[in-house]
Write a protein that binds this ligand. Structure first.
Ligand SMILES: NC(=O)c1ccc[n+]([C@@H]2O[C@H](COP(=O)([O-])OP(=O)(O)OC[C@H]3O[C@@H](n4cnc5c(N)ncnc54)[C@H](O)[C@@H]3O)[C@@H](O)[C@H]2O)c1
Length: 502
């Protein structure tokens, strides 16, 4: 699927297009340049010699020719989709992103080269005003719009990537992350999944791949994220005759992703894998970042390897079958991503559960972008990646002490509140922050208080063990504001006081 950039002259389609193409490692095509090359003359000359209708014919032909080409970022002329047939070609072969700008922004940008734009030659201001007025309804009819005023091309490109759900990661090997329909899945040689997901989705995936691809169906749940299961997967790979050129598909939540990724990292010294996450948590977190592994009886994720997939393809449609509790659990991590660096995502979450469910694709796309920007900056967790532990240090302890009665996401939600209270006391965060976080979590139906029956002393003890700190301090990711996290070493004694009071 192409990405078409559309909008009035001066909205930055070519500049942004080049940056976007570079980010996604896709070819960049400027449709006007294609037309000029094939006509052997510049657009003003074509207009003058043959008239606007002839130019539009050339535009239609150029657009049709591009439709069968490999995925590209394509900057369109400002009126390229006025013809219904052109719009249909573009919308069938890709996503159209309309770059919207105020008239003053456009005027400022067009001042220097309006003579290259025949429809604006002469009195630029009046011509631009008329052109925008005549196309206002047309431009407004494109569903995917982005305002570009006062934003840099890098910023606009990143926003487009979030909106279209498309990223190219490069900090730990190069791979694509996409939000899209599962039927766009490239071929794989084997599927690893679990019993719940298999019942609901395995046949659909096989159908999409158009062949009866071998698979292994594992028992579901964290209890099976162990060496014995990894060994089953390795043996299944062997039985299916997989070799070093094979690629396997992980179809499931974080457990399946972690197990499959690890088995792929180690089978014949490493084969490729594709992540098809099916839980909210795995879409916005577990499938991103290349961490794979399994648990030992002594603790979670103690054995593992960095081995990113070749592709992550997240289809939010899978979430419609996810049990309510699992969906909820994933939401805590979505809120966490908002607190880490996306105040707009946090605001969207505060609109409540119904809004979030109805707009889950937007939520998934925004939350993914937060994780991607963190792991691209610090892939091997030497520094800021630890921010992703927000809510988790207290959360893991709560999970453990509650005997796993609190689900992971519920524990993280309460953990975030405790950590926000602590940050406010340390004056790292403004006083109102804990209540703001409470309000958003509550709007999503997540708990915000430590259950009264959980002994506070045990929670502290569990945190110390989890962090392997016999020392007096624990390193924490603390919220400094909505959209800002600081990594701080905190004194256990002080934390005890906070937990004791909550
Ligand atoms: N690698 C990482 O960076 C990373 C990050 C965060 C978490 N994790 C790991 O992820 C795991 C948790 O992941 P999870 O919450 O996805 O749990 P999970 O994989 O256990 O899935 C939760 C449950 O939902 C079911 N399920 C999955 N998709 C479904 C669907 N579409 N419809 C119906 N049922 C479905 C599963 O069968 C399972 O019972 C933990 O092991 C954690 O350590 C890894």
């Amino acid at each position: 699927m192409h990405i078409f950039l559309y909008g009035p002259s001066g909205s930055g389609k070519s500049t942004v297009g080049k940056q976007l193409a570079e980010n996604l490692k896709l070819p960049f095509v400027d449709l006007d340049r294609v037309i000029e090359t094939s006509a052997g003359m510049a657009i003003p000359q074509i207009m003058e010699a043959q008239g606007e209708a002839a130019f539009r014919d050339l535009e239609s032909a150029a657009l049709k020719n591009l439709s069968g080409e490999k995925d590209s970022v394509i900057a369109l002329g400002g009126g390229a989709l006025l013809r219904k047939e052109n719009r249909a070609v573009a919308e069938k072969n890709g996503q159209v992103v309309l770059l919207a700008a105020s008239q003053s922004t456009l005027l400022e940008r067009l001042k220097s080269d309006s003579e290259k734009r025949p429809l604006l030659a002469g009195n630029l201001e009046a011509k631009l005003f008329d052109l925008l007025a005549s196309r206002a309804d047309h431009y407004a009819s494109f569903p995917l719009q982005l305002r570009v005023d006062e934003k840099s091309p890098a910023q606009i490109s990143r926003e487009i990537q979030t909106e279209v759900g498309r990223h190219r990661l490069s900090a730990m090997g190069e791979y694509d992350v996409r939000v899209g329909q599962f039927d766009k899945l490239p071929a794989g040689d084997f599927i690893v999944t679990d019993e719940n997901v298999a019942k609901l989705h395995l046949e659909k995936i096989k159908h999409a791949l158009r062949r009866d691809i071998p698979s292994i169906i594992l028992p579901a749940g964290e209890a099976h994220k162990n060496l014995a299961t990894v060994e089953r997967i390795w043996r299944a790979f062997l039985e299916a005759g997989l070799d070093r050129k094979s690629a396997v598909i992980a179809l499931g939540g974080g457990v399946i992703g972690d197990l499959t990724g690890f088995a792929a990292a180690t089978y014949m010294r490493g084969i490729e894998w594709i992540a098809v996450p099916t839980t909210l948590l795995s879409m916005v977190d577990a499938s991103l970042g290349g961490k794979t592994g399994f648990d030992l009886p002594e603790g979670k994720n103690l054995i593992g390897a960095f081995h990113p997939p070749q592709l992550v393809l997240a289809d939010p449609a899978f979430l419609s079958t996810l049990p309510e509790g699992e969906f909820h659990s994933g939401l805590a991590d979505v809120v966490k991503h908002g607190v880490i660096s996306d105040p707009a995502l946090f605001e969207l979450c505060s609109r409540g559960l119904d809004w979030v469910k109805a707009n889950i694709e937007t939520i998934v796309k925004r939350a993914m972008t937060v994780k991607i920007s963190v792991i691209e900056d610090d892939p091997y967790e030497k520094g800021f990646r630890a921010a992703l532990n927000l809510g988790h240090t207290v959360g893991h302890a709560l999970e453990l002490v509650s005997g796993f009665r609190l689900r992971h996401g519920e524990a993280v939600a309460v953990g975030m509140v405790v950590e926000a209270e602590y940050a406010a006391r340390l004056e790292i965060a403004p006083k109102g922050l804990p209540d703001a976080i409470r309000a958003t979590l509550s709007a999503l139906g997540l708990p915000v208080e430590i259950p009264s029956d959980l002994p506070r002393a045990e929670i502290i003890r569990a945190m110390r063990v989890d962090k392997k700190r016999s020392a007096k301090s624990i390193r924490f990711a603390l919220p400094a504001d909505i959209g800002k996290v600081e990594l701080v070493a905190v004194r256990v004694m002080d934390l005890e006081t906070v937990i004791g009071e909550l």
